[in-house]
Design a protein around this ligand. Structure first.
Ligand SMILES: Nc1ncnc2c1ncn2[C@@H]1O[C@H](COP(=O)(O)OP(=O)(O)O)[C@@H](O)[C@H]1O
Ligand SMILES: [Mg+2]
Length: 389
């Protein structure tokens, strides 16, 4: 094991491609281990840039610009923090000997719903919702009829709910088609249609992998609204059978993708049945709760895995997180926070984004309590005591 000091000729250099709130926590943990941190994003003063040694503002979808910063800095590790990155640049950098986390092919598979679904369901044999891929309205209509209503429609290249809808009846297919075409952030040339799983609950199973071990965090429950999570809690209570199945799925997908780092494996649970949904080859937003629940948060585990350090940690306490979203635009964000938000067992984290816009996530509230249910109740109450002006 080797660690170093930043800004030296022998520093271990970490480049974050994407410098949001998750990247910021990764940058802080990397700093704690003496790494030199280079933050890259499409706008200046992004959260991770506030705690990095250097930063670059580039168009992340432009191959030449991504390759240029990588070649210029020659980092030991490149950590893609978002999905919207030019993938060819990552393959090329990897060929030039740069270590992409977890690896370029894993990033490629997970940024595309078709690739990851076929890999999980067809290559690895994991249980998923039934699905079809379509590229015309006619095919979409037929796929919905075949899979039954409600059906879930998503552009294969999209995230955070963009272009996604639930089609409840044949009459709604046209709306879903138009929405997918207009709201997708990536390409909406192809759509995935999924059987709707009427799950009891959904989880993120954070799974960290280095070269010799795989560790699971206790399952995180979460509630999604409009394509983003609003509350998460840990630990989510599960039957022993469901937990075993979930860990088996997580291990299979993480070993299948390979490489080192933390993965957020999303699954739906109905009774003792567990469906694989999707996976992030990086920290997961619902995992912000681990900042208050674990001795090593998902961010600390990620960096440890990247550096191939041991992955041991302890679950300290049940907890919950509430995403704080702005309801207005301001270029000088300031937060009104009630006194009781800061207590022995609760706190608010400011991401430091330079501008707020309606719906933009600006911070997160963290609560610990005797049970995750109690923590969630308090998180729901306390988040109503934060506002922006
Ligand atoms: N097949 C499905 N059945 C039921 N709910 C689903 C299905 N697919 C997605 N969802 C719901 O929508 C959320 C977002 O879908 P997901 O595939 O994770 O997209 P994203 O990449 O935007 O996170 C899920 O967390 C889940 O709550
Ligand atoms: Mg998801």
């Amino acid at each position: 094991m080797r660690l170093s000091t930043p800004l030296k000729s022998n520093s271990i250099k970490i480049m974050l491609l994407g410098s949001g709130e998750l990247g910021k926590e990764v940058a802080i943990e990397a700093n704690r281990l003496g790494c030199e941190v280079i933050a890259v994003d499409r706008y200046p003063n992004a959260p991770a840039m506030l705690v990095a040694h250097r930063s670059y503002v580039i168009n992340m979808k432009n191959k030449e610009q991504v390759l240029d910063v990588i070649r210029r800095e020659k980092p030991d590790f490149v950590l893609p923090e978002i999905e919207a990155i030019n993938i060819e640049a990552l393959f090329e950098a990897e060929n030039e000997g740069i270590h992409i986390i977890p690896n370029a092919e894993a990033v490629n598979k997970t940024m595309n719903r078709k690739n990851i679904r076929k890999f999980a369901a067809e290559s690895l044999g994991l249980k998923t919702s039934k699905y079809k891929f379509v590229s015309t309205y006619e095919d979409l209509k037929n796929a919905c009829d075949e899979l039954g209503y409600p059906a879930v429609v998503k552009p294969i290249m999209s995230s955070s709910g963009h272009g996604q809808s639930i089609v409840k009846s044949p009459e709604e297919v046209i709306t879903a088609w138009e929405f997918a075409k207009s709201d997708a952030r990536g390409s909406a040339d192809e759509l995935i249609v999924e059987e709707f799983i009427d799950f009891d609950y959904e989880i993120t199973l954070l799974t960290a992998k280095n070269d010799s071990e795989i560790v699971f965090c206790p399952p995180i429950g979460h509630i999604q609204k409009g394509g983003d999570y609003i509350f998460s809690w840990q630990e989510m209570e599960m039957s022993e059978t469901a937990l075993q199945k979930a860990q088996h799925i997580a291990k299979t997908i993480v070993e299948g993708l390979g490489g080192r780092g933390i993965f957020g494996v999303e699954m739906f649970i109905k009774g003792d049945e567990v469906y694989f949904s999707e996976v992030s080859p990086r920290p997961h937003d619902t995992g912000l709760v681990t900042l208050i629940t674990q001795t090593q948060s998902e961010f600390a585990l990620h960096i440890r895995a990247v550096l191939n350090l041991p992955l041991g940690f302890e679950f300290l306490t049940p907890g919950a997180s509430a995403a704080f979203k702005a309801d207005k635009t301001t270029y000088t964000p300031s937060f009104n926070i009630a006194h009781e938000v800061f207590s022995q067992t609760s706190r608010f984290v400011v991401f430091g984004k330079p501008e707020s816009h309606p719906g933009r996530r600006m911070g997160v509230l963290l609560v610990s309590d005797k049970t995750s249910k109690d923590a969630l109740e308090r998180a729901k109450l306390l988040i109503s005591k934060v506002s922006i002006d």
